[in-house]
Design a protein around this ligand. Structure first.
Ligand code: KIV
Ligand code: NA
Length: 265
């Protein structure tokens, strides 16, 4: 199995081959996700919500992201592995951002980093790219700025915000980002950005015209409950499967059915 590269992502856009991505945060899940054939795996800072139960991505630390990312890279043989830079690790200043980027690359073994934002972080993105680290952009709904926006509603519905998103996307592509995530924006806008920028767009809640798609693995497997945005397609009901299996285990223990003789030494 040949490792997927950032160059391969660019080639897939040029050839019109759709790019499939999912998140992962741990060794066991990442091994399954990779073997099932996704092109890219993101260690999202959504680990803050999905793994730790926080209501936002704000509190997750660099150390925690590195722990998750190392767990994932220990499992992955084929997919391109991208790690989110967490909130606070690149917003303060450029040199801080570059140092933290280098640290995540060294300690996690991932292939690329993702940063939220457009022109506001362009200098930092350039410096990280100059250090030889591939960068994925992230525009539209950017959860690290939730306290500024106050809502997880669809972004860039108004012309002014749509224009800014388009110019941000162009600036990120021009700076050398190898791909850009578009989160929760109108399908029409995502289609326009996809047509205008030379690098692949990876959508989540951004319609069918983007060059690729990404979902949070626990959401698409139906492990999480009470989170049902329109863009989420559930490919399994692992919540029910796990609940049933665990219920069966509990009753087998209670009834002394488990363990039996063949399961004993
Ligand atoms: O943290 C995350 O899971 C993400 C994806 C949803 C794009 O940033
Ligand atoms: Na994220």
């Amino acid at each position: 199995t040949r490792k997927v590269t950032t160059h391969r992502f660019m080639e897939m856009k040029q050839k019109g081959e759709k790019i499939s991505m999912l998140t992962s945060y741990d060794f066991t899940t990442a091994g399954i996700v990779d073997a099932a054939g996704v092109d890219g795996i993101l260690i999202g800072d959504s680990a803050s919500n999905v793994m730790a139960g926080n209501t936002t991505t704000i509190p997750i630390t660099i150390e925690q992201m590195i722990y998750h990312a190392r767990s994932v890279t220990n499992a992955v043989k084929r997919a391109l592995v991208v790690c989110d830079m967490p909130f606070g690790s690149y917003q303060a200043d450029c040199s801080d951002g570059v140092r933290n980027a280098i640290r995540i690359m060294k300690e996690s073994g991932c292939d690329a980093l993702k940063l939220e934002g457009g022109v506001e972080i362009l200098d930092t993105v350039r410096r990280i790219l100059d250090a030889g680290i591939p960068v994925m952009g992230h525009l539209g709904l950017t959860p690290q700025s939730i306290n500024k926006f106050g809502t997880y509603a669809v972004r860039a519905k108004e012309e002014q915000e749509a224009d800014k998103l388009m110019s941000d996307a162009k600036a990120l592509a021009e700076a050398g980002c190898f791909a850009i995530v578009l989160e929760k924006v109108p399908a029409k806008l995502a289609a326009m950005v996809t047509a205008e920028v030379p690098v692949p767009t990876i959508g989540i809640g951004a319609g069918g015209a983007t060059d690729g798609q990404i979902l949070v693995v626990a959401d698409m497997l139906g492990m999480t409950k009470g989170f049902s945005p329109r863009f989420l397609r559930r490919y399994a009901d692992l919540n029910s499967i796990m609940t049933d299996a665990i219920g069966n285990y509990v009753s087998d223990v209670k009834s002394s059915d488990f363990p039996n003789e063949s399961e004993s030494y």
